[in-house]
Write a protein that binds this ligand. Structure first.
Ligand code: GDP
Length: 366
C-alpha cells in the first residue's frame, strides 16, 4: 500500500510493513488454569474474622452459603470456633411487604445506629423468588448511604432454597458477623408469609413496617405476623399522608389489644414515621432500646435466645433427617412406585409411608 507518510518530507513518520500475527502469542495462556482465590485454613478464617477483616468474613459467609459438602465442613468448623466470640449484639428483624419502604428505612435506621458507634451488619432472608420481582433483599444499591459506610456490612439473602436452609445460613452468618465485632444486626425479610417465623426465631426484636392505606389495612395482615411483632411502625407518614398514618396507628393499637399479652411482658408499640424524610426515626430507636433494657432486666432476652438455640437444634435435626431419607438410594428408587400405589388406591398413605420408613431403617442397619 502507498502511504503518503512515507514521502521524503515525513521522514520521521515512516510506516513499516506489518508482519503477520501468529494465532496466539503463547498457547500456554489458552490452557492456563483459571487463577483460583487463595484458600484459607480454618484457623486463618477464624483469626481474620476475629480481627474484623471484612474480606475474610465475606469469604467465610460464601462457604456458609455453599452447597458443597467440603465447604460446609470448613464453614461448620469456623462457626464453632467463632461461637464463643458471638452473641454480643442486638438483633433486629425488619419485615414489610415490597414497597413498604424497608430499604429506605434500613438506610436511615442504619445511619442512626451507627451515629452512636459500633458496627452494623444487614442480612436478609428471602426464600421466595421475590428477586424475580426486582426486590433483592439486602441489595447494596438499595441502601445507598449505608452501603458506603465503613462500619457496615451488607449481605443479600442466600440463594433461594428451602426456607429452613436459607434461614439456617443467615443464622450462621449472624454468628460470624458478631465474632467479627458487629454489634447491631438487622435481618430483613418480606412480610408475606413463612419467612417471618424464621426471622422471628433469630432476632431479639421484630419490627413490622406497615403502610396506611385505604382503611382496611388490617385485613391484609396475617394475624400471626402481627402477633410476632414487638413494634409496628407505619411508614410514609409525611405530607398529606400524616393523618392517614395516625389513623392506621390507632387501628393497629386497637387490634393489638385483642391479642393475648406477649410472653416478654412488653406491650408492643405502634409508631408513625417517615423513612424518606427521616421523621420519627429517633423515636423508633428509643422504643427499641427501651425494649432491650426491659427484656434484659426481666430475663426474657436470654430466655428468648436460649429458646431460639433450642428451636434451631430441632430444626437442624429435622432437616438432616429429611435429607438423609430422601437422598437414600433405595428410597429414591422406591418413592415413585409407592406414590403411584397411593394414587391408584392400592395402598393407604400411612401404609406407604410406613413401608418406606421401614425400608430406610433397614438400610441404615446394613
Ligand atoms: P421496600 O420494597 O420495602 O424495600 O421499599 P423501598 O424502600 O424500596 O421503598 C418503596 C418506595 O417508597 C420508594 O419509591 C421509596 O422512595 C418510597 N418511600 C420509602 N419510604 C418513604 C417515606 O417515608 N415516605 C414516602 N413518601 N415515600 C417513601
Amino acid at each position: 500500500m502507498k502511504h503518503p507518510e512515507n514521502n521524503e518530507e515525513y521522514k520521521g513518520l515512516v510506516v513499516n510493513k506489518g508482519i503477520e500475527q501468529p494465532d496466539s502469542v503463547s498457547p500456554y495462556l489458552k490452557n492456563r488454569p483459571k487463577r483460583k482465590r487463595r484458600e484459607f485454613s480454618v484457623n486463618e478464617f477464624v483469626e481474620g474474622i476475629l480481627k474484623g477483616d471484612i474480606t475474610i468474613l465475606s469469604q467465610a459467609v460464601t462457604l456458609v452459603e455453599s452447597m458443597k459438602p467440603e465447604h460446609q465442613a470448613i464453614a461448620q468448623e469456623v462457626i464453632e470456633k467463632c461461637l464463643p466470640s458471638s452473641g454480643n449484639s442486638i438483633r433486629i428483624g425488619i419485615s414489610g411487604v415490597p414497597g413498604a419502604g424497608k430499604s429506605t428505612s434500613i438506610d436511615v435506621f442504619g445511619l442512626h445506629v451507627l451515629d452512636q458507634g459500633g458496627k452494623l451488619a444487614v442480612l436478609a432472608i428471602d426464600p421466595s423468588s421475590e428477586r424475580s420481582k426486582g426486590s433483592i433483599l439486602g441489595d447494596k444499591t438499595r441502601m445507598e448511604r449505608l452501603s458506603i459506610h465503613p462500619d457496615s456490612f451488607i449481605r443479600p439473602s442466600p440463594a433461594a432454597g428451602s426456607l429452613g436452609g436459607v434461614a439456617r445460613k443467615t443464622r450462621e452468618t449472624i454468628i460470624l458477623c458478631e465474632a467479627a465485632g458487629f454489634n447491631k444486626i438487622f435481618v430483613e425479610t418480606v412480610g408475606v408469609g413463612q419467612s417471618e417465623t424464621a426471622v422471628h426465631s433469630m432476632v431479639d426484636f421484630f419490627l413490622l413496617i406497615q403502610l396506611a392505606g385505604t382503611g382496611d389495612e388490617l385485613q391484609g395482615i396475617k394475624r400471626g405476623i402481627m402477633e410476632m411483632a414487638d413494634g409496628i411502625v407505619i411508614n410514609k407518614s409525611d405530607g398529606s399522608n400524616i393523618e392517614k398514618a395516625k389513623l392506621a396507628a390507632t387501628q393497629f393499637r386497637n387490634a393489638l389489644h385483642l391479642f393475648p399479652a406477649p410472653e416478654s411482658g412488653w406491650t408492643p408499640q405502634v409508631l408513625t414515621y417517615s423513612g424518606f424524610y427521616n421523621l420519627g426515626v429517633k423515636e423508633i430507636w428509643d422504643m427499641i432500646y427501651d425494649y432491650m433494657d426491659f427484656v434484659k432486666e426481666n430475663g426474657y432476652f436470654q430466655y428468648r435466645r436460649n429458646e431460639q438455640s433450642k428451636y434451631w437444634m430441632y430444626e437442624s435435626i429435622n432437616e438432616q433427617l429429611k435429607d438423609s431419607f430422601y437422598n437414600n438410594e433405595k428410597i429414591q428408587s422406591l418413592l415413585q412406585q409407592k406414590e403411584q400405589q397411593v394414587l391408584n388406591a392400592d395402598l393407604t398413605s400411612f401404609v406407604a409411608a410406613k413401608s418406606l420408613l421401614d425400608t430406610y431403617f433397614e438400610e441404615l442397619r446394613k
